[in-house]
Design a protein around this ligand. Structure first.
Ligand SMILES: [Zn+2]
Length: 435
């Protein structure tokens, strides 16, 4: 079994060197894939078939293929070599399995640490993404620990770490970096204010918000940076493979093509090209436990091999979002991220952090949380901006602060569930064994 560890790329290697590296690795990738029942069957290896000569001969692997291969069909190593098991797919049907060996974690952690923030031993990273069952929480945890940083495994969607506790941890533990979706720091800002703190001045050690897992408009990214007076760095990845790209200092997003081969599928023709516009199809070059060949992430992207002022020779990727996040309104497609861009272009002084909208057949109905002093201006400006930039009518209604993000959510105390059978005479035992 080959256990070649990933190598760190020479930062200024040209596209030719990159493609030579990819070609060199593909033989190993194909051989590893042939150990998985799914690919053995696909290549008909037990019925006289032959291995593909290169990636060009390999058909696309789909999310449906992964679901059908549950639980062990994609596994390419003996089970004793699996370090961790993950699942995703709750939002789009049955579970898909994902496996990692220890060496897979080295590769994933190194990709996490490529975000241009220089994680080191002096850092304290608060992980505020789920640890169950997806990769995301573990990615930040493993990557930061590999660099010697302190990790606070705060998790999300956990009774143990409500927002008030997150704010306390951010402040009392001198947290320097956070890893979360980009909605979390908006909520922390509201929770900090509810606790009488100013996000800009009462968290002086915080230096960057690392965010993932949610479409993020440029205006919201900017607003997050202003709210906390820190930089905001967005990681692009996939739950099946981990980090895939991050933005450079020139504001372009570079795809980690020295670790994962990106290609673009034209959904209309089925043609696959090295760059262009279409569905992103990926082939990880160092994956051991679960090799994926030309796996279609179903993310609509534009990929190009163009030089960048930052000096990176990794290709540039632009994300166009997923079709399911847009709705037809008055004959136009309107996406959440387009609306969000306009909401967060409202002046910061209006204090708008939370909003929601419903797409109707001919108009959009929007609610924004805003205090009465700014309600009139905020609603009029947002309605006008939607009309101007998206070409559809928009009703905007103000709702009082606390409507979309209730105050009790921001200030609720922690709640750790511990099994218990013996209670004192005056204790509440209504939750039985889980108190
Ligand atoms: Zn760049």
């Amino acid at each position: 079994m080959s256990r070649t560890r990933p190598t760190t790329p020479r930062p200024r290697s040209g596209f030719e060197e990159l493609h030579a590296l990819q070609r060199e690795r593909v033989g190993t990738v194909l051989r590893r894939a042939a150990n998985a029942p799914f690919y053995r069957d696909r290549f008909r290896l037990e019925r006289g078939g032959t291995m593909p000569a290169g990636l060009a001969d390999v058909p696309v692997t789909t999310k449906a293929d992964l679901r059908a291969a549950y639980p062990f069909g994609m596994l390419a190593v003996p089970r004793r070599r699996i370090a961790t098991y993950h699942e995703s797919g709750a939002d789009s049907g049955p579970a898909t399995s994902s496996f990692c060996t220890e060496d897979d974690w080295v590769d994933i952690g190194e990709r996490f640490n490529r975000m241009p923030v220089g994680i080191g031993a002096a850092d304290t990273l608060l992980v505020r993404v789920p640890y169950a069952m997806v990769l995301a929480g573990h990615i930040g945890h493993y990557g930061a620990r590999a660099k010697g940083a302190t990790v606070i495994p705060a998790d999300s969607r956990s009774f143990a770490t409500p927002y008030a506790r997150v704010v306390r941890l951010l402040r009392d533990l001198d947290v320097t970096l956070t890893w979360s979706n980009p909605t979390e720091p908006l909520i922390w800002a509201a929770a900090a204010r509810a606790a009488g703190l100013d996000p800009r001045t009462d968290f002086p050690r915080l230096r960057a918000l690392l965010v993932c897992g949610e479409p993020l408009s440029e205006a919201r990214r900017r607003r997050l940076g202003e709210l906390w007076d820190v930089s905001v760095i967005e990681d692009y990845g996939a739950t099946e493979v981990g980090p895939l790209a991050s933005a450079c200092r020139s504001g372009r997003r570079h795809f980690y093509a020295d670790r994962v081969v990106p290609e673009v599928l034209d959904p209309a023709t089925g043609e696959i090209t090295p760059d262009g516009t279409g569905d992103l199809v990926i082939t990880p070059l160092y994956r051991e436990a679960m090799p994926l060949l030309r796996y279609n992430l179903e993310d609509h992207v534009h990929l190009s091999h163009e030089p960048c002022a930052c000096g990176s020779r990794l290709p540039v990727i632009r994300l166009a979002g997923r079709a399911k996040q847009a709705f037809a309104v008055a004959g136009r497609r309107v996406s959440q991220v387009q609306l969000e861009e306009l909401v967060f272009r409202l002046p910061a002084a209006y204090g708008v952090l939370f909003w929601r909208a419903r797409a109707g057949a001919d108009r959009i109905a929007t609610e924004v949380e805003v205090d009465s002093a700014h309600a009139g201006a905020a609603c009029a400006e947002l309605a006008r901006a939607v009309r101007t930039h998206l070409g559809v009518d928009c009703e905007v209604a103000p709702v009082p602060p606390g409507t979309l993000m209730p105050g009790e959510v921001l200030s609720a105390p922690g709640d750790v569930l511990m099994p218990r059978s013996l209670f004192g005479p005056d204790e509440d035992w209504s939750r039985g064994l889980l108190c």
